[in-house]
Design a protein around this ligand. Structure first.
Ligand code: SAM
Length: 249
């Protein structure tokens, strides 16, 4: 039985691919890509000529059986997405799940990913964080999603589309108030890489003031809800207070 390799590709800077990724892409029997035209150009840049076939969100379920068949025949395959790490807001989940279920070895390579790149340069707490993917496109759903995160103590990471950044910032402001720390990381690893950081109100004002800040690929990172520094002391006190309330007339 062959191996399925999950291979990250650059999120902007073509020099960010690893030697190991290039070796795997060269040596496998074929490469499954989200968009064969886009990935064809990428592979051409690295001088890799290999069979490419399409595996995207619309055909993943139907293609998976065929891919597993090839793996079971002993072929090794690689999965890549348009940019960054496959399965991270990209196709591949069904394929990996079914390979695991069928006993086909899966080897994931480390590499470029907008989440970790953005977080490591943002200056927000990274000891614990939660990745929320793309915020819903519709306002009402977006506000509902944000509301559910009001008490979240971990740093929150969102992918956002440039078409919705202004509305998303307005909803963040309305939900979390003006003062929470926010970082907008844009065009990471590319020519116009920018980090805008400050309070929600400051980042929103900077984006509204300059339409260039509304363009390109972006990651939003929101600081977690402030934790009371002496929570160890107040926890028992609050519990006692609640007990007393129940007992007292
Ligand atoms: N699989 C990718 C990864 O590993 O990051 C993410 C794919 S997702 C479809 C695309 C989104 O990732 C973009 O809309 C943006 O939010 C984020 N992204 C990708 N590349 C980026 C970059 N160079 N700078 C900032 N954000 C980026």
């Amino acid at each position: 039985v062959g191996t399925l390799y999950i291979v990250p590709t650059p999120i902007g800077n073509l020099a960010d691919i690893s030697e190991r990724a290039l070796a795997v892409l060269r040596e496998v029997n074929a490469i499954a890509a989200e968009d064969t035209r886009h990935s064809g150009q990428l592979l051409q840049h690295y001088g890799i000529r290999n069979e490419l076939f399409a595996l995207h969100e619309h055909n993943e379920r139907q293609r998976t059986a065929h891919v597993i068949e090839r793996l079971q025949q002993g072929q090794s395959l690689a999965l890549i997405s348009d940019a960054g790490t496959p399965l991270i807001s990209d196709p591949g989940y069904v394929l990996v799940q079914q390979c695991r279920a069928a006993g086909v070895p899966v080897v994931a390579l480390p590499g470029p990913c907008a989440i970790t790149t953005a977080l490591s340069g943002a200056g927000l707490a990274t000891d614990r964080f939660t990745f929320e993917g793309f915020l819903p496109a519709k306002g009402q759903q977006r506000r509902k999603t944000l509301n559910a995160l009001l008490a979240e103590p971990r740093t929150m990471v969102f992918y956002e589309s440039p078409h919705r950044i202004v509305d998303a910032l307005a909803d963040l402001h309305a939900t979390f108030g003006a003062e929470r720390s926010l970082v907008l990381a844009r065009e990471l690893t590319k020519q116009f890489e920018t980090y805008l950081s400050g309070t929600i109100a400051e980042v929103e004002a900077a984006v509204l003031a300059d339409s260039n800040q509304q363009r390109g690929e972006m990651v939003l990172m929101l600081a977690g809800a402030p934790q009371s520094t002496n929570s160890d002391d107040t926890g028992p006190a609050l519990a006692t207070l609640q007990l007393l309330r129940r007992e007292l007339p």
